[in-house]
Each structure stands twice: as structure tokens, then as C-alpha cells.
Design a protein around this ligand. Structure first.
Ligand SMILES: NC(=O)C1=CN([C@@H]2O[C@H](COP(=O)(O)OP(=O)(O)OC[C@H]3O[C@@H](n4cnc5c(N)ncnc54)[C@H](OP(=O)(O)O)[C@@H]3O)[C@@H](O)[C@H]2O)[C@@H](O)CC1
Ligand SMILES: Nc1ncnc2c1ncn2[C@@H]1O[C@H](COP(=O)(O)OP(=O)(O)O)[C@@H](O)[C@H]1O
Ligand SMILES: [K+]
Length: 551
């Protein structure tokens, strides 16, 4: 129940190794299941057998490709296979031999690919073993699939990617060898990606969702229960994707998580304090406050300075107001322990945020620190030291850069995996926790950056974007990929998110759960409204989102 497990490529290899070491399954069998799943997904979407070109690389991804070729040929497709000379792995070599008994294998070159057009291209060149940029010939093959040849533009047939479009780093979603954020044109876009057992980090971040098309996660009979360390503990640094129908939002161990129990009192649902700024700072804090109310906090109080009270007197009437002029006033207010969560930052002003951060952090109250509070934190290392596990930082990339310049710089200049880290792949199972920590990559990911930021600050960190990543200080992480709601890129959307999270903290959700659930509800509200969305519309969609969830 709950969200879906997401794996790094190292974790996937570790799972596979564990399954094979336990004798549960043979590599060849996994490959047969993987290829069969891809062929099945193709036949489901293209039921009429046509002409297909299967591109097979040198490793196990290529091995899957030879299985796809065999299965589609047996289903009546006219299959052309372009493959590489060397196929060092025994499983892939065995699958290649089995295909060779049925059909030919031409050399995998861009010229060969362009010489005979088919209805479909299956990209089984590189998958989770992709560790370095494509070499010249494979770069040409890739660009052909992206619609470019040295002579002229082409319209490639639909592409089905086995595990990933070859060239994509499945640990980061970045294009290997390209500029981060702007890898250049002519990247292939698959119609369908079939991956195995679980989505990988790179399917959900950066270019992954853009290049991958529809993502199918095929069950190949691996069990997540084998994903334990030597002491039998589930590995603690789990990453979950916030992508499933969220059953656990309705019911968590029999308790309504987001619904309200019959007979409950408003104080059962918590009191949230939203700090506002001086006159003329706009409605940012009011957007947060409205969102905290709509998400179900029992009471919400808006706290501007006394001289800005008039500006903040508009609706909603359900909102309470208390003047907070300085640190002493906030301390007094926080003396009421029914006040369960605070939102500081939206429309607050950096100086005011800096002054109020100290009493807020000293109170150890769950708190969302957004916008101006993040800028204040970046400028005051001593205050930063006071962050704790009840704090939630919600930076966009610009704010993240201010707070964690070294981590942002590592994202800008991706580091290829070093040979030392590469050899760590073969370590024994008992030491895999450390090995996995060393093996992130080949490229540094937004997830890696958020995890390091959380560990360093001691707070839960939500790094915003269409691919929002969330990390807790203990390494737990969530990914919320929402490339389908670009209308969220609108002023004030972040203020609403901060208010939603503050409301959920007030309702008593643990920080990581509040943040992941908040990101989900925020995008669900945007999706429900659709085009034309402005930030004011988001809180108003929450009742409908809750109804859709069956609350
Ligand atoms: N794990 C599982 O549970 C399951 C995995 N399965 C399948 O296996 C796939 C992973 O297979 P894999 O590990 O053999 O890696 P793969 O992606 O085929 O590439 C490795 C080869 O490519 C080479 N190479 C790399 N980059 C290169 C470049 N730029 N240019 C040129 N060469 C490059 C690399 O060479 P090397 O780095 O060793 O020099 C190596 O020879 C996975 O995606 C899935 O499809 C399924 O069968 C089901 C179960
Ligand atoms: N293209 C996009 N697709 C989906 N979500 C987006 C996109 N751009 C921004 N968002 C989301 O919208 C919100 C914007 O927040 P932020 O940048 O703080 O805006 P503001 O400061 O104007 O409120 C974040 O939750 C972010 O994840
Ligand atoms: K591939």
C-alpha cells in the first residue's frame, strides 16, 4: 500500500544479484521474462503485426532485445535485427544465438538503420548499464531516432525503449554527455518505455519523463522482500514515487489520514499559524493560509505585523488574525501548544523572516520554511544551525542554489562515475549499503542533492520543479513527477504548496508524509482545474480532490 518503490540502477542490480544468489531465479529466465514483457506491451499497443527493427546493444539490454525479436517474429512480425559484434555476457550471448537460429543480424549503424524503414523501432542498445556518453556511431543512431541525419531530417517510426532511451542516465534522468538542462536537440522520444520490476530514478527526473513516453513497469517475478541488508532490515534509504492511486491517504492502518473522524473537534485537526509580512507584500501569506484551511487544519491564524493588519483583513472570514511584530510576540504566541505548525516565508520579507526564525526554531514546532525564510537562512549560518527534523525547507532551484551552492554546482557539472566506484559494483551483499552509497550515478541527481541537503540541514527538503524531490535527514526520499501540469508554473503556486504542507503538519502528519502528501494534493488540484489555472484556484480545488479520493 502507499507509494511505489523507485530504485537506482545499483539497487536494481543488487536485487537481481540477491534473487539469483538465493537460487530463486536464473539470469536467463529474468531476461526471457523481460523480453517477453516488452513484446507483450508492443503487441497490446500495435495489435496488427508489422515490420519492426530491433537495435541490440552489447549487454543484457541487448539480450532483452534478442528475446523481443524472437517473440515478435513468432507472433508474425517481420523482424530486422541490428546488433553489435561483441556480446560478452553469457545470458545475452545465449539469447543472441537463439535469435540467430531464426534470423539474421546486421551491424548496428545509423546507415543500416536508415536504409530500410519499418513501422516500429525497438531500442535495446543500453539500459541500466549505460555509464558513459554514446560514442560516435551510437550518437548517430540516436540522432536518427531523434529525427536527424547528416543529409536531411527524417520522421522516425514510433520508438519502444527497453528500460530507457539509450543515452539517458537512469540514475538522474540527465542525458549522458549533454549539457545539464540543455542537452541539445534531436534526442529520441520514445512512444513507450518498458522497464522491469520498479521505475528507476531516471524515469521520473529531468528528461526521463520527457523522452520516455508512456512508462510500463513489468513484473518479472523479482520480490522486493529480498531487498534487505545482512541484518534483515529493509534498507532505510528507500525512495518512493508519489504516483499510485494513493489508497493510504484515505486509510492508514484503519485510521482516516486525510478524512475527519465523526465526532472530532476542531482542535483535533490542529491549529496552523501563517506568518505574513508588512503592507504591500501581496497576498502570498493569504494564499498559504487559505490552502492550510482547505487542506483541513482545524484553525488557521494569519500573523502580520500590526501596521499591516488592515491589508490582511479580507476573506476568507474563517481565518483568524493576530498581530506579531517581533520575536518576543512570536515566542508568546508559540507558548500555546495547541498551535501545532507554522509557515514562515511567503510574503514575509527577509529581515522579518530572519528575526522570527530564531524563536520559531527554538520552539521546535513543526514549520514550513519557504521563500524569504530560505533567503534569510542562506544569509545566517548561525540560524541555519538551529534547523531540526520538524522543519520543512521548500526551495526552488534558485533558493536551493543560495542555501547549498556546492550541491547545486555538482548538479551543474555532472561527474562521470569513477573507475573505483565502478569496481564497487561487485561487492558482496553484506556491504551493499555502503557500496550503494558510493555507486550513485553515473550522474549526480536532483535526488542525491536533496538527500545531501536534508542530511546537512537536519530538515526535510523539498526541491521544487516538475520533478519535485523530497528527502528526509535519515535518507528516506520521495519523488513526485508532475510533468503533466505545466500550469503550476504560475506566481503563488509555491505559496499554496507551503500552506498545504503547514496545514497537514498542523493535522499531525509526520513531516515526510506531510510533504509528500502535500506535493501530491497540490498537483492533483492543478490537474483537476486544468489550463488557465492561477494560484488562487488551487485551494478551491482541494474539496474536489478529496471527493475524488473518496474522503
Ligand atoms: N538487472 C536486472 O535485474 C535485469 C536486467 N535486465 C536488462 O539488463 C539491462 C542491464 O544490462 P547490463 O548491465 O548488461 O547493461 P547494458 O545497459 O546492457 O549496457 C552494458 C554494456 O554496454 C556497455 N556500455 C555502456 N555504456 C556504453 C557506451 N556509452 N558506449 C558503448 N558501450 C557502452 C558496457 O560496457 P562497459 O561499460 O562494461 O565497458 C556493457 O558492455 C537492463 O537495462 C535490462 O534491460 C533484464 O534482462 C531483466 C533483469
Ligand atoms: N512546469 C511545471 N510543471 C509542474 N509543476 C511545476 C512546474 N513549474 C513549477 N511547478 C511547481 O509549482 C510550484 C511553484 O513554486 P514557486 O517556484 O515557489 O513559485 P512561487 O514562488 O511563485 O509561488 C512548485 O510546487 C513547483 O514544483
Ligand atoms: K534501451
Amino acid at each position: 500500500m502507499g507509494w511505489t518503490e523507485v530504485l537506482t540502477t545499483a539497487e536494481m542490480r543488487a536485487l537481481e544479484t540477491a534473487a539469483m544468489a538465493s537460487g530463486a531465479v536464473m539470469g536467463l529466465e529474468l531476461m526471457e521474462r523481460a523480453g517477453t514483457a516488452v513484446a507483450g506491451a508492443i503487441r497490446l499497443r500495435w495489435p496488427k503485426a508489422g515490420r519492426v527493427t530491433v537495435l541490440c546493444g552489447p549487454g543484457n539490454n541487448g539480450g532483452d532485445g534478442y528475446v523481443v525479436a524472437r517473440q515478435l517474429a513468432q507472433a508474425g512480425w517481420r523482424v530486422r535485427v541490428l546488433g553489435m559484434d561483441n556480446t560478452p555476457g553469457p545470458d545475452a550471448a545465449a539469447m543472441k544465438r537463439r535469435w540467430a537460429e531464426m534470423g539474421g543480424i546486421e551491424p548496428l549503424t545509423a546507415a543500416a538503420l536508415g536504409s530500410d524503414l519499418s513501422d516500429l523501432v525497438v531500442d535495446a542498445i543500453f539500459g541500466t548499464g549505460m555509464t558513459r556518453p554514446l560514442d560516435r556511431e551510437m550518437a548517430l543512431v540516436s540522432r536518427w531516432m531523434g529525427g536527424w541525419t547528416p543529409a536531411r531530417a527524417v520522421t522516425p517510426p514510433p520508438i519502444v525503449a527497453v528500460d530507457a532511451v539509450s543515452g539517458l542516465c537512469l540514475d538522474s534522468g540527465a542525458w549522458l554527455g549533454g549539457e545539464r538542462g540543455d542537452p541539445g536537440g534531436n534526442l529520441p522520444r520514445a512512444a513507450l518505455t518498458v522497464t522491469f520490476h520498479a521505475p528507476k530514478v531516471g524515469h521520473l527526473l529531468e528528461l526521463g519523463p520527457v523522452l520516455g513516453g508512456e512508462l510500463v513497469v513489468a513484473d518479472i517475478g523479482l520480490k522486493t522482500t529480498s531487498f534487505r541488508d545482512a541484518e534483515g532490515q529493509i534498507w532505510s534509504e528507500r525512495t518512493l514515487a508519489v504516483m499510485d492511486p494513493p489508497r493510504h491517504l484515505q486509510q492508514d492502518r484503519g485510521q482516516p489520514l486525510l478524512g475527519k473522524r465523526a465526532g472530532s473537534h476542531k482542535f483535533d485537526h490542529g491549529h496552523a499559524l501563517i506568518v505574513a509580512g508588512t503592507a504591500g507584500q501581496g497576498g502570498a501569506a493569504r494564499l498559504s493560509a487559505r490552502a492550510a484551511l482547505r487542506v483541513g487544519a482545524g484553525l488557521v491564524t494569519l500573523a502580520p505585523p500590526a501596521d499591516a493588519m488592515a491589508e490582511h483583513s479580507g476573506p476568507p472570514d474563517a481565518l483568524m488574525r493576530r498581530a506579531v511584530d517581533d520575536a518576543a510576540a512570536l515566542s508568546r504566541l508559540l507558548g500555546d501548544d495547541r498551535l501545532r505548525a507554522v509557515c514562515l516565508g511567503p510574503g514575509c520579507g527577509t529581515e522579518r523572516a530572519a528575526a522570527l526564525l530564531e524563536p520559531l526554531l527554538a520552539s521546535r514546532r513543526p514549520a514550513v520554511l519557504d521563500a524569504d525564510a530560505l533567503t534569510a537562512l542562506a544569509g545566517h549560518p548561525a540560524i541555519f544551525e538551529g534547523l531540526h527534523g520538524g522543519c520543512v525547507l521548500t526551495p526552488h532551484m534558485g533558493e536551493f542554489r543560495r542555501l547549498f551552492p556546492d550541491l547545486a554546482a555538482r548538479l551543474d557539472t555532472p561527474r562521470p562515475r569513477s573507475p573505483a566506484q565502478e569496481s564497487a559494483q561487485t561487492v558482496a551483499l553484506q556491504t551493499w549499503r555502503q557500496a550503494l552509497a558510493d555507486m550513485r550515478g553515473p550522474l549526480y541527481s536532483r535526488l542525491d542533492a536533496a538527500r545531501e541537503a536534508a542530511a546537512r540541514s537536519g530538515a526535510v527538503v523539498l526541491l521544487k520543479g516538475p520533478d519535485t524531490v523530497i528527502a528526509a535527514p535519515d535518507g528516506q526520499a520521495r519523488i513526485h513527477s508532475a510533468f503533466d501540469v505545466p500550469w503550476l508554473a504560475t506566481a503563488g503556486a509555491g505559496d499554496v504548496l507551503a500552506g498545504i504542507i503547514a496545514g497537514l503538519l498542523a493535522r499531525g502528519l509526520p513531516p515526510l508524509e506531510a510533504v509528500a502528501t502535500g506535493a501530491f494534493l497540490h498537483a492533483a488540484a492543478a490537474r483537476r482545474f486544468g489550463p488557465g489555472l492561477i494560484a488562487d484556484d488551487l485551494p478551491e480545488q482541494l474539496p474536489g480532490v478529496f471527493r475524488d479520493l473518496g474522503l
